[in-house]
Design a protein around this ligand. Structure first.
Ligand code: PHE
Length: 338
């Protein structure tokens, strides 16, 4: 009986623990197969028959007391743990969210798509060509032989003898007509290169949109109508197109094309340098020599072509003052067009 009392005291001292792990150890210590309670039961056989029943009862009482107390404590400790976990995982739904920045297309990509959409709706196909070109496609086939002075304005970067970075998208005219028989109605947008000194309107890398239509009975008025339609859709229905005689070896006649200033509507302002017109690029009727170079009979077929600057379109449409801005990757500039 004394031992039972002592074990109870020992238990009550130990049960004050705050750790679940410790509690498990205590459980084995008292209730395990070789634990204190088991010892007590073993000792029963040394007790007189008379006292055995009562003592056994006492031990049983202690055993169930210990069991219940441990279960109760375990629950309590587990609840404390759970509360701690909940506290540490608490989410403050009133905190402001973290904004995910989304990217956007570069303004030149956007203009490219816009130009393509307009011409696609007018029945044109979209072609591409390589930026690394041969002398033949970039010059020779376009009626610009080796010592032609027109090459001076289109000096470029040579990667090898007769292999260069294209100076214009016009070589795609040749590549298209080599592949497809007329009727041909295409545009091609892409990067071009020239050995130009950089300033606010010149960049050694820039983009052009080339247009080419070849069919029977194609005339200059088709060229005028096409560029006027494009211009109206791009810059507004009141915009006019001006053609003035110019020279490009691969067209005859050739014309410089300008649109009426979208800022001053032709009145004259700083943007159009008080001329009322903004130059967009070249155009003209495909030269018979060019058609012959791709085995198309100039007696049977005629064509028109044009080449306008993509940066130029973007600068006019959005009032961008400096061509260098397209390539500086300044987010303050780029984000305005997202
Ligand atoms: N490729 C010419 C240039 O870059 C522009 C042009 C294209 C002119 C088509 C006429 C016809 O200067």
């Amino acid at each position: 009986m004394k031992e039972i009392e002592e074990i109870k005291k020992e238990f009550e001292e130990k049960i004050k623990t705050k750790s679940i792990e410790e509690l498990k150890k205590i459980e084995t210590y008292f209730l395990g197969r070789k634990g204190k309670i088991a010892d007590l039961f073993k000792a029963l056989k040394n007790i007189s028959e008379k006292k055995k029943k009562d003592t056994g009862q006492e031990i049983n009482n202690l055993k169930s007391y210990i069991e219940k107390t441990i279960t109760y404590h375990l629950k309590e400790l587990e609840n404390i743990e759970k509360d701690k976990l909940l506290e540490s995982e608490k989410i403050d739904v009133t905190l402001p969210g973290v904004k995910l920045e989304t990217g956007g297309l570069h303004i030149l990509s956007k203009i490219t798509r816009e130009v393509e959409d307009i011409f696609l709706s007018m029945g044109f196909d979209v072609m591409t060509g390589p930026e690394i070109e041969s002398d033949y496609y970039n010059f020779e086939a376009l009626n610009i032989p080796e010592f032609h002075p027109a090459r001076d304005m289109q000096d470029t970067f040579y990667l090898a003898k007769k292999i260069l970075l294209r100076t214009q998208t016009s070589p795609i005219q040749i590549r298209t007509m080599e592949k497809y028989k007329p009727p041909v109605r295409i545009i091609a947008i892409g990067r071009c290169y020239r050995r130009d000194a950089i300033d606010s309107s010149h960049s050694p890398i820039f983009h052009q949109v080339e247009g080419l239509v070849v069919d029977k009975k194609i005339s200059f008025s088709n060229l005028k109508g096409t560029l006027l339609e494009f211009t109206k859709r791009m810059f507004g229905p009141e915009t006019k197109v001006r053609f003035s005689p110019s020279y490009f070896p691969f067209v005859e006649p050739g014309a410089e094309t300008a649109i009426s200033c979208v800022i001053c509507k032709g009145e004259g302002c700083r943007v159009c340098k008080y001329t009322g017109w903004l130059e967009m690029g070249g155009s003209g009727m495909v030269h018979p020599n060019v058609l012959k170079n791709v085995n198309i009979d100039p007696e049977e077929y005629q064509g028109f072509a044009f080449g306008w600057g993509i940066e130029r379109i973007a600068m006019i449409k959005y009032g961008i003052p400096d061509i260098r801005m397209f390539f500086q990757n300044d987010l303050r500039f780029l984000e305005q067009f997202k």
